[in-house]
Design a protein around this ligand. Structure first.
Ligand SMILES: C[S@@+](CC[C@H](N)C(=O)[O-])C[C@H]1O[C@@H](n2cnc3c(N)ncnc32)[C@H](O)[C@@H]1O
Length: 362
């Protein structure tokens, strides 16, 4: 029941729960309406797009609704159990929403162009592409300039939240409970001595949640995109307390010494990596994890254990340009983690996401 937000001391629990439920349902409805309108316009202006995906069967829609409800319940329960403050449940960048929502629509015609031309490796002339791995130079999910412009970084959080109908942050939050539990293995250390790295931290949403949940722990973030790191810097610099250390780096070659971190996380990275890069990132993560430390991956559900979402999984890479996703959906990351040396790999599922919680032997 403990929490840090002041308002929780004055507002009855039932009111907070009802507010949370309405907030999430409102986001889900808004996301659905937005996606429906976007889909109709795309079908009209880029007719090829329509042929790429199949409509979801009724049972898949029902299964999704049920999973969404379960996710909301788990999210609420973790706040109730004191994993994180209730205030995190309501954390929404309203200023960004009002600033960038019109831009999301303005960006859409650029997506239609890419779909019509079947060109998915397009970057503005001023973007320096040198030094990035070739697999990275893609307009993943039709992102204008891929991950390499400030425009892309500004729209990304909102686009992901809309894509997942308001469930992106609740899915990210599911790493917090296993992370806290994993870090408890180092309870003899002071919180400041504990180091946690978010691999492919993007715009810093997960680091922000960690800062709220683990206020004293030393946080680090690594990502290949300078633009996304600039955006992360903006977001994280608003939070009081120690600033997370951000570094531009390829997760296949992390610039840290062996055994440096007590915990590592990675959210929504692996489906955007080709198979060998997935293995390299896992091995690199193992190298920089302390014996006894924990590595948590959150990424898309996979066909191998979520066959009830087959249409959704089949549609996603066809309609959103995700060149490595099909292979990812049948890739056994558990085996990859064990091959690298991790053990006791636990698996969880929450709505569109799957979680691997891996431990480095002591
Ligand atoms: C789908 S985004 C996820 C971002 C963030 N973790 C989140 O929760 O929204 C994928 C991120 O992975 C980064 N990325 C992709 N390949 C990478 C690599 N090899 N090394 C480091 N970062 C990489 C991209 O720059 C991008 O920020």
């Amino acid at each position: 029941m403990q929490s840090t937000a002041n308002f929780e001391r004055f507002i009855p629990e039932s009111v907070t729960q009802a507010a949370y439920s309405s907030f999430q349902q409102g986001k889900a409805l808004f996301g659905l309406a937005h996606n429906n309108l976007g889909r109709r316009l795309t079908q009209f202006f880029a007719p090829d797009w329509e042929k790429m995906g199949k409509p979801l069967p009724e049972e898949e829609i029902q299964a999704l609704k049920q999973s969404g409800e379960q996710l909301r319940q788990t999210d609420w329960q973790d706040a109730q159990d004191g994993v994180y403050p209730h205030s995190l449940l309501f954390d929404n960048a309203w200023d960004e929403f009002f600033l960038y929502y019109p831009a999301v629509w303005l960006d859409l015609p650029l997506n239609w162009q890419k779909i019509r031309d079947k060109k998915h490796q397009q970057f503005s002339a001023e973007i320096d592409q040198e030094g990035f791995p070739s697999y990275y130079l893609q307009n993943f999910h039709h992102q204008t300039d891929g991950y390499l412009s400030d425009w892309s970084a500004s729209l990304y959080d909102l686009q992901v939240e809309l894509l997942f109908s308001g469930n992106a942050d609740p899915m990210r939050r599911r790493i917090l409970k296993p992370l806290k539990k994993g870090l408890s293995a180092f309870r003899e250390l002071s919180p400041k001595q504990i180091r946690v790295l978010d691999v492919a931290c993007g715009t810093g949403r997960t680091l922000k949640m960690m800062r709220t949940t683990l206020p004293k722990v030393s946080l680090f973030g690594a990502d290949l995109s300078p633009a996304y790191l600039r955006k992360a810097h903006q977001l994280l610099s608003k939070i009081p307390g120690e600033f997370p250390q951000l570094v531009q780096a390829n997760a296949e070659e992390l610039p840290y010494q062996d055994n440096y971190f007590h915990g590592l996380t990675s959210v929504f990275l692996f489906h955007e990596l080709p198979p060998q890069a997935r293995q390299n990132v896992i091995e690199e993560s193992f190298r920089v994890t302390q014996p006894g430390g924990i590595f948590i991956i959150c990424d898309s559900i996979q066909l191998i254990d979520s066959p009830q979402f087959q249409t959704l999984i089949d549609n996603f890479p066809k309609t959103y340009h995700e060149p490595y996703y099909k292979h990812y959906t049948t890739d056994n990351l558990g085996e990859r983690l064990e091959k690298a040396g991790f053990e006791n790999v636990e698996i969880e599922h929450h709505l569109f996401s799957k979680y691997w919680i891996a431990h480095k032997p002591v």
